[in-house]
Design a protein around this ligand. Structure first.
Ligand code: G16
Length: 542
């Protein structure tokens, strides 16, 4: 390690005094102006990680659903997964080290993680469209170069595209080509193969309006359009040319506020969807003829995909085990529908795709989605191999055709992480193949009325949770209070947890009516405010 270079460059990326940050749900996230030293140091860490695992590592500069003024950074592990939890701790240590301690902390990480500094390192970099992202990605490069690492800067890409590139690179092209063209070709080919088998017609069925949250999704979808034939009619809205990123639009806004985004004019029964700021989440929605808004969130996306895959799996008769992974935010009626009607096992894990991904890996077919629209499907190697073998060798026509559809689904799905573009194509293909309208999809089950709220407290880390975040351990008395409040309403449930991406405590409540869900959420938010050190004015009723 060149100590002089490290000193010189870290002085160019100074750490603001007294600032402490944590590697949270999806890396570091805060105001962009506080992040320069963090991204520089994550450049250093990515090199160490690359040397430790002898593989290419990814770094994405994005704050996804957060406001435009924020930014963030996350590391991507060799197969496109989120950074291994043992390294999250190193990331936090490195980000918070004082400048004079930096070399010591790096040496400690090298010892603990058996990093051989003489090995080569390669880091793939990507960034979203935030005004601060370009400069921050330059600082990442400084960090990589100080430790003698090589890099490839993909520039503007969606988060899932970067995950995909990293996986392609480390599997020597088996997963695909590590280029944007490779990504577009693989997905569009699989999509076209799938919809070839669809019998549904009619122009309205093929129209889809997409709110791109004024983010990177708009750019990348425009690039992808030429890969599709003209009959695929996607209309891009909120493309970032007029308004601010995530402002009154995007998947998070639509899900949290349960209303349509600005900048998208919906006609009755028109199928619409929203991406988030870095295009790793998607939610669908429509307005009925009476003007009522209907949200189709990650739970219903998981349900649609599960129905489709379960039917195909029954046809190929291979005894593959399939499960759905959700979080505490999953609507109670979605869980009931999956378990009782569809008869699919459901597992609940902590918020954060890293937790869902990990659980889903235990099954031949693991469908995972957060209610906020972040999710994908994982196929085990054994299941994939068997499916591809059936495509080649199976004599029975029905079985072979089902295997072919599954093989195309495997190619269409970005198995590295939730991907709004890939998920959208999966959903569009399923709707076309099953001849389902958006209303028919929505009517699979009715969501229990629910409400999401945020409360600001002095230190959100005073809230500690257990049981996949469904119960609170600290502060004392809070869980007891929630239990009392929940008992007041029918079909009710509520929980609170500290956000890992914003400086807030999140509150979720569901109940038999919207009024009751709103009242319960408000009462729980007051309990949080009073027992967990609320900041500013107490939360107001909805
Ligand atoms: C990130 C994570 C998601 C998580 C979301 C909200 O999404 O990747 O898994 O659901 O943050 O997390 P929290 O409630 O802890 O703030 P994104 O799309 O912002 O990267």
């Amino acid at each position: 390690m060149d100590s002089e270079a490290l000193k010189k460059y870290s002085a160019l990326h100074p750490k603001p005094a007294g600032l402490t940050l944590h590697y949270g749900t999806a890396g570091f996230r805060t105001k962009a102006e506080q992040l320069d030293h963090v991204v520089f140091r994550m450049g250093l860490l990515a090199v160490l990680r690359s040397k430790a695992v002898t593989a290419t590592i990814g770094i994405m500069v994005t704050a996804s659903h957060n406001p435009e003024e924020d930014n963030g950074v996350k590391l991507v592990d060799p197969l496109g997964e989120m950074l291994h939890p043992s390294w999250e701790e190193y990331a936090t240590q490195l980000a918070n080290a004082e400048e004079q301690e930096l070399q010591k902390v790096i040496t400690e990480i090298c010892q603990k993680a058996a990093v051989n500094l003489h090995k080569d390192a390669l880091v793939f970099i990507g960034r979203d469209t935030r005004p601060s992202s370009k400069k921050l990605s330059q600082s990442v490069i400084d960090g990589i170069q100080v430790l003698g690492g090589q890099y490839h800067d993909y520039g503007l890409v969606t988060t899932p595209q970067l995950h995909y590139m990293v996986c392609c690179q480390n599997t020597q092209g088996q997963y695909g080509k590590a280029t944007l063209e490779g990504y577009y070709e693989k997905l569009s080919k699989a999509f076209m193969e799938l919809i070839k088998q669809s019998h549904s017609s009619g122009e309205s069925q093929r129209h889809l309006k997409i709110d791109c949250a004024n983010g990177i999704g708009a750019l990348k979808l425009s690039e992808m359009k030429p890969y599709f034939p003209q009959e695929v009619l996607i209309h891009i809205h909120n493309d970032g040319t007029k308004e601010k990123l995530n402002h009154l639009c995007g998947a998070d806004f639509v899900k949290v506020h349960q209303k349509p985004p600005g900048g998208l004019d919906m006609k009755p029964n028109e199928r619409c969807c929203s991406f988030d700021g870095d295009a790793d989440r998607i939610v669908y929605y429509y307005k009925d003829t009476a003007g009522h808004f209907h949200l189709i969130d990650g739970d219903k996306i998981a349900t649609l995909i599960s129905i489709f895959l379960k039917e195909l799996l029954a046809k190929v008769k291979q005894n593959f085990n399939m499960a759905v992974v959700q979080t505490a935010y999953a609507n109670g009626n979605s869980t009931r529908y999956l378990q009782e009607t569809l008869k699919v096992p459901v597992h609940c894990v902590k918020t954060g795709v890293k937790h869902l991904h990990h659980k889903a890996q235990e099954f031949d077919v693991g469908v995972y989605f957060e209610a906020n629209g972040h999710g994908t499907v994982l196929f085990s190697k054994a299941a994939e191999t068997k499916i591809r073998q059936l495509v080649k060798e199976e004599k029975d026509d029905e079985k072979r055709e089902a295997a072919k559809m599954l093989a195309n689904m495997i190619d269409l799905i970005n198995q590295t992480v939730g991907d709004a573009v890939s998920d959208m194509l999966v959903i569009e293909a399923i709707l076309a193949l099953k001849g389902l309208t958006v209303q028919q999809w929505d009517s699979l089950y009715t969501d229990l009325p629910n409400r999401l709220l945020k409360v600001q407290v002095a230190d959100r880390r005073v809230i500690d949770t257990t049981d996949a975040e469904r119960r609170v351990l600290t502060p004392p008395g809070l869980q007891e209070k929630i239990d009392v409040l929940v008992k007041k309403y029918k079909l009710s449930r509520a929980f609170v947890r500290p956000s890992g991406t914003e400086d807030v405590v999140r509150i979720y409540a569901e109940a038999d009516t919207q009024e009751n869900a709103d009242a319960l959420a408000h009462e729980v938010s007051l309990a949080v405010f009073h027992l967990a050190g609320g900041k500013g004015a107490p939360p107001q009723p909805i």
